[in-house]
Design a protein around this ligand. Structure first.
Ligand code: MSP
Length: 653
């Protein structure tokens, strides 16, 4: 059977400067979609590249005293390095300065000219150089470029025009008849309004600079950079030289673009394609913008976040996870270092990391590292397996609908569910009872199988971590060959597999060290915004103090919170919930009675670090003097210890 093809593109980025985290966001979305399509056995072509011509680049090169090509070569090498670091799986990288592209652009120009849809005239109008956009007086916002708010310049020159006005009605009809063509729907409405105001013919050549592809019939003109750029989508799929390939991938399934360039892709590009008698792309998806600590990124504000530095600090998968988990695709989303660290600690180190670690540890400890065959199932197993099935169905639907954030949430809900399954089944207790051997085997099998599934579900978002989990599970099959179909039915984990010793996936980030003054930390691109965010938090805390029913800072500081280490643990006889613990506070030992016996086995507790309310008034519980209280989180997963990374005795503030 021939596989269904799937063609997805990102915008081609201007090499006028290094890429920032907003660009990385766009490409990461496309990568996750491409990876999911490969998992579901599509023949995927994923394209990205660089948009290297135009006046702005020429100016930048002049300012730097180098030729335009030398200027872009250096920056584009940076793009390619970034995509490699970020594990972007593009099938081609198109540079508009390549010969293969120049041929395509000139041929398209020639074809449309010969058809009579390109004519020579005089251009007099307004141009925004940073956006490489033409505007009419009417379109300006307060006399400035409506996209970027910067000044526009008057230009007057001989130029070639594309008869876009001729296609306006057809494009409008197409948008109206194809509700999925422009996504999300808010962008679609914007575009309909834009066309209804009337489309003018588009000026597609310039003579005031020469950094561009020459007009074939008038080499003193260079082709307008957007005309050149949009056609990039046709070049690498064989438009001129490989009809079979072209047939396979065109029309594109998704042009993924930022919201401000939806207009180029859903109006100008369709007009060009109509003039060429080519089918239109199936979807133009306009994603929202990434802002940083609530502010638009800009050099002058000094808040431009460099993705390379972030990857070096936290790893590619953590950044990918954050971008895709935190931001709803159609809307603008916020990036902050605090939020990133919060997600790494809670979702990656804690939820995912612990599930893998606990599972492999128990398989090691109770079954010599071998996953044995499951036979039969309990009520608890049945409920858990039903959840696993629902997860697959919901996840697949959400990915098909481009709801990446929902799909990640679905995967993580299952990770939490698997952690809860451990608490429900208490394998450490089963291991003590020879009669429960098969129940223990079943539980550990189900956990290994869950992790096998999880590794596939997270592959589009975190490819490196997915493969690490796969390898730690000891699965022999090559991870690169795995398909979504392999996790559609339960039970694919081969019994008899020897798992590996667990290795930490994500170290927890020490938030206390992060909070130290900036000069103590490694210099980071996020320093300024973070400081201002801290200030905001302090102000918010002060405000909160003043309001009714809230503890003041002084009241709170009277609570002595300490990191402590559990030295011994034993159940309090004839109780279900109580555990008797001795804990070390570094210089001192305490006895504590804690209500956590339903959620932890005694031997699981020994050695754990906990947070202790050290100055709580001692109380007698079941005849035992309990001096202090241990902090836990309480959620649908039951009680979970708050586990600090600091040595016993450290103050928690
Ligand atoms: N070269 C054109 C695209 C031509 S496609 C035929 C261009 N380049 S760009 O480098 O300015 O922008 C590329 C993409 O990056 C756009 O889709 C834009 O929306 C996106 N982003 C730029 N800043 C962004 C954020 N802060 N957040 C998210 N995406 C952002 O336009």
């Amino acid at each position: 059977m021939t596989r269904k093809s799937f063609y997805i593109t990102t915008p081609i980025y201007y090499p006028s400067a290094k890429l920032h985290i907003g660009h990385a966001y766009c490409t990461t979305i496309a990568d996750a979609v491409a990876r999911f399509k490969r998992l579901t056995d599509h023949d995927v072509f994923f394209l990205t590249g660089s948009d290297e011509h135009g006046q702005k680049i020429q100016q930048k090169a002049q300012e730097g005293g180098v030729t335009p090509i030398a200027y872009v070569d250096k920056i584009v090498a940076g793009f390619q390095g970034l995509w490699q670091k970020l594990r972007i799986s593009n099938d081609d990288f198109l540079r508009t300065t390549e010969k293969r592209h120049e041929r395509v652009v000139q041929e398209i120009f020639r074809r449309i000219y010969e058809k009579g849809d390109i004519y020579k005239g005089k251009y007099k109008g307004l141009y925004c150089t940073p956006c490489e956009s033409y505007w009419t007086e009417r379109q300006l916002a307060d006399g400035k470029c409506p996209d970027c708010g910067r000044a526009v310049a008057e230009v007057e020159e001989d130029a070639y025009f594309f008869k876009m006005s001729r296609y306006a009605d057809r494009v409008l009809a197409y948008i109206e008849e194809h509700p999925d063509f422009i996504q999300p729907v808010s962008r679609r409405n914007e575009m309909i309004n834009f066309i209804k105001q009337g489309l003018e013919d588009l000026c597609i050549s310039r003579t005031s600079f020469d950094w561009g592809i020459p007009v074939p019939m008038a080499p003193d003109h260079v082709i307008y950079v957007w005309f050149d750029a949009l056609t990039n989508y046709l070049t690498p799929i064989g438009f001129l030289d490989d009809p079979e390939k072209f047939e396979k991938y065109w029309p594109a399934d998704i042009h993924l673009v930022g919201k401000e360039i939806v207009r180029f892709h859903s109006i100008i590009w369709p007009c060009i394609l109509m003039a060429l008698d080519l089918p239109l792309p199936k979807m133009v998806y306009g994603h929202g913008w990434l802002i940083v600590d609530g502010d638009k990124m800009s050099k002058s504000k000094g808040n431009v976040v460099d993705p390379v530095q972030l990857i070096d600090e936290f790893g590619a998968d953590a950044i990918r996870y954050f971008l895709l988990r935190e931001i709803n695709l159609g809307q603008d989303g916020n990036f902050s270092r605090d939020a990133l660290i919060g997600r790494i600690n809670a979702d990656l180190a804690n939820d995912l990391g612990n599930l893998l670690h606990r599972t492999l540890n128990m398989i090691g400890k109770f079954q010599g590292g071998v996953v044995e065959k499951a036979l039969g199932e309990s009520e608890i197993d049945r409920a858990f397996l039903a959840e696993a099935e629902n997860t697959i169905v919901a996840y697949e639907r959400e990915m098909e609908e481009m709801k990446l954030q929902s799909a990640i949430k679905t995967a993580w809900a299952f990770i939490s569910r698997a952690n809860k399954y451990i608490d429900e089944t208490m394998p450490w207790a089963l291991a003590k009872d020879a009669a429960k051997k098969q129940t223990l085997t079943n539980t550990l099998y189900n956990l290994a199988e869950s992790l096998r599934r999880i590794s596939v579900l997270i592959e589009p978002f975190m490819p490196e971590t997915a493969e690490k989990i796969w390898r730690q599970l000891g699965i022999e099959a090559e991870f690169a060959a795995v398909r979504f179909a392999d996790v559609r039915t339960w039970g694919g984990f081969a019994a008899g597999t020897q798992v590996k010793t667990p290795e930490q996936l994500f170290p927890r980030i020490d938030v206390e060290a992060e909070e130290k003054p900036a000069e103590d930390r490694k210099k980071s691109p996020m320093e300024k915004p973070q400081t201002s965010q801290r200030k905001q938090k302090e102000q918010a805390a002060k405000k909160a103090e003043a309001s009714d029913g809230i503890v003041t800072f002084d009241e709170f500081s009277r609570v002595d919170l300490r990191a402590a280490e559990i030295l011994t643990a034993e159940r309090v006889p004839d109780t279900e919930k109580l555990m008797r613990l001795t804990v070390s506070l570094g210089a001192e030992e305490r006895e504590i009675v804690s209500g956590i016996a339903e959620f932890y086995a005694a031997d699981e507790l020994v050695g754990k670090k906990v947070v202790l309310v050290a100055n709580l008034k001692p109380a007698k519980i079941r005849g035992i003097r309990s001096h202090g209280m241990i902090l836990c989180t309480s959620s649908e997963d039951g009680l979970r210890l708050v586990e600090p990374a600091a040595p016993a005795g450290s103050k928690v503030k």
